[in-house]
Design a protein around this ligand. Sequence first.
Ligand code: PMP
Length: 390
Amino acid sequence: GRPGCECNRCFSGPDCSVRTPNCTADADSGNPLFLEPYWRRHAAASAVVFSGWHRLSYITTGGRFHSVELDRHIRLLHRAVGNAVVDDKYLVFGAGSMQLINALVYALSPDGNADSPPASVVATVPYYPAYKSQTDMFDGREYRWDGTTATWSNNGSRNSTKGFIEFVTSPNNPDTALRKPVLAGSSAIVDHAYYWPHLTHIPAPADEDVMLFTASKLSGHAGSRFGWALIRDEKVAKRALSYVEQSIMGASRDTQLRMLKILKVILANLHGKEDIFAFGYDVMRSRWRRLNAVVSRSTRISLQKIPPQYCTYFNRIKEPSPAYAWVKCEWEEDVDCYETLLAAGIISRSGTLAEAGARYTRMSLLKAQDDFDVLLERITEFVDAEEHGR
Ligand code: PMP
């Protein structure tokens, strides 16, 4: 049971242990509850309590809206994990990395010059849909959503990719592949939400000009709404900061206090027997193994292939431990894979949202163990039925 939990759809009762029979498995959102057991184990050490008088002010000592201590600890963590070069970067905080998606598009777009054409914002299929929806929502004179990279890299005039802002997600959401920018000369926003050793191997520290990270997939604290950008260029960093200041006057100081505590616990346990990445890796690897064992019996659906890879953080070859299963429906009649799974009692996220077509759909593996267990049950029934039906 999970006392004090927010129950998911298939469970009820005070500790979410009462199972709803024949319930539809919800594998839609990337809600990172797989880390909840870790924080239950470290409940006292990770608690933050502060009194009513504390942190009333808009501004912090030293940095406007920006905790200097939290800044220092984020840099410590990147150095210790080896997943990003931080020494030559500015740090900008946001209310989740969601807010920084548009802050960065704004920061990279042409600056106040009425003559320059709007920047074209693009991404490669399959891509995280928020890049388009955020850009569309704030569509203005300086930038506009301009479709996918395929349009711009295949049309002969491939050298004219200046003025492009390219979203790159690595590991990618939804298919979990490591990626690089595809348009030469574009400004890339490289979203490293999943570039942590529990969700991918880490081949080398990332060192792009504009990188995005989030607490949501690092520690699981999605509800705290905290993300950060690492930015090489001072002017770009200032514009991103100005966006966050104008929209929310800086990331919540309560959130910054909580994140500082969380990072301290993570740092104190790195490479020890309570290492959060070792914990998260074990959970996610085991889910991927179990899912693959079932799906490998199927001719009807398949999953993305991920080889074992060397990880610099763990110092060894690691089995895959991806955040999402990227499912392909192989049978000719299953033209809409989302609908095929829904009929089998599984809610997924259609590949059409990532412009990858209806043959594909994404299943989240990041949720609570209960959610995963129900998902695996439904998938097992689905694959068993296929064998009996033939
Ligand atoms: N980028 C990517 C690639 C994501 O998958 C997500 C969340 N699913 C986000 C950004 C946004 O996360 P948050 O706003 O919680 O930081």
